[in-house]
Design a protein around this ligand. Structure first.
Ligand code: PLP
Length: 359
């Protein structure tokens, strides 16, 4: 096998990052205890730090974002109720139907171009308060929105959606897996984006670079119940301080550098937009996720992704025409430029086009 000059440029997701040296040091030195007995001081410190950052009374460390979201669905709802969410949301599409299987609730998907349903649409989705109609148990929003391309919810819109739910005493949950990316894009504290919602989940193991873990935050009585549901799901971990320690370093060191990932994503989008046969609007790339379209006839996403991989760049085909790439701290600007140059060569081969257009 020929030796490659560079290691692969892995743009499949921001989950592929490996722990930093500081994280590994903190993990090795972590003071631990049995967290099922709530005796792990490092876990407790992470939960307190995260609750403060999100402006919520309490927080719970959970192994994954999926578990955090599904605990929230379970605590807030009763079987037979509906959950209002966006049709491309992670909770609906990528959590294995757990909302139905574990909590017995129905999704009520709404369509929204940028991933964020308008308050009027949410309002319309509430059924009249007649005893024989299904009740809404929860409204969720996702910010940033993964499959809409890392879009950021305007804070006023999030507030308006939460307000229409509050009037009806319906709880709200934010899938804020990448809330710190949204906060960086808006230059606002994460707490401001979390404020309208009763509960919030965010991931330490995405752009923040920790190896494992997410946080679920909300009112103290909600977190008390979430602790029970976490155990029921098998998410009660023992000396989890070893991984929580990396989470604390992530919150200390990684939040301020997310803007670099956003700049790299924008640079990548500009490069891709200049390739014949690819379409993306760089002005609509606010954070670290770029979804571009193969506009050229005959170009298939799976083929392009395979060729890109052979050239040392990993990306995800999300359907026949769209490819998703995600920037993170393991990919630098030079890597982004190499990825774009290699895509331009591939597109020439695939379509006979692919030459870079003049900007
Ligand atoms: C928006 C969103 N929510 C939730 C999750 C779930 O996180 P995990 O993979 O830790 O279960 C993801 C993961 O990609 C995500 O993108």
């Amino acid at each position: 096998m020929p030796r490659r000059a560079h290691p692969p440029i892995d743009l499949r997701s921001d989950t592929v990052t490996r722990p930093t040296r500081a994280m590994r040091r903190a993990m090795a030195a972590a003071v631990v205890g049995d967290d099922v007995f709530r005796e792990d001081p490092t876990v407790r410190r992470l939960e307190e730090t995260a609750a403060t950052l999100l402006g919520k009374p309490a927080a719970l460390f959970v192994p994954t974002g999926t578990m955090g979201n599904q605990i929230a669905v379970n605590v807030w709802t009763r079987p037979g109720q509906e959950v209002i969410l966006d049709e491309r949301s992670h909770i609906l599409n990528y959590e294995m139907g757990t909302m139905a299987a574990f909590s017995g609730v129905l999704p009520r998907p709404l369509r929204a171009a940028d991933g964020f349903p308008a308050p009027e649409d949410v309002e319309r989705a509430f059924r009249p308060p007649v005893y024989y109609l299904v009740r809404t148990g929860l409204v969720t929003l996702e910010n940033t929105h993964n499959m809409a391309g890392g879009t950021v919810c305007p804070p006023r819109q999030a507030e308006a959606v939460a307000a229409v739910a509050r009037v009806r005493r319906i709880p709200t949950h934010l899938d804020g897996a990448r809330i710190f990316n949204a906060a960086a894009a808006l230059d606002l504290p994460a707490a401001r984006l979390a404020r309208p919602f009763d509960s919030v989940m965010f991931c330490l193991s995405k752009g923040l670079g920790a190896p494992i873990g997410s946080i679920l935050a909300g009112p103290a009585d909600f977190i008390d119940e979430a602790l029970r549901v976490r155990k029921r799901l098998g998410g009660g971990m023992r000396q989890a301080g070893v991984i929580a320690a990396a989470g604390l370093v992530a919150l200390r060191d990684q939040v301020d550098r997310l803007a670099d990932d956003h700049a790299n994503a924008r640079r990548l989008a500009e490069g891709v937009a200049a390739i014949d046969g690819c379409a993306v609007d760089p002005a609509r790339v606010p954070t670290n996720i770029v979804i571009f379209e193969l506009a050229a006839a005959g170009a298939r996403a799976a083929t392009v992704v395979t060729r890109w991989q052979e050239a040392g760049v990993l990306a995800l085909a999300i359907d026949d025409r769209h490819i998703r790439v995600v920037t993170h701290y393991d990919v630098d600007r030079a890597g982004i430029d190499r990825a774009v140059a290699s895509l331009a060569r591939i597109m020439t081969g695939v379509t006979g086009k692919g030459r870079r257009r003049r900007a």
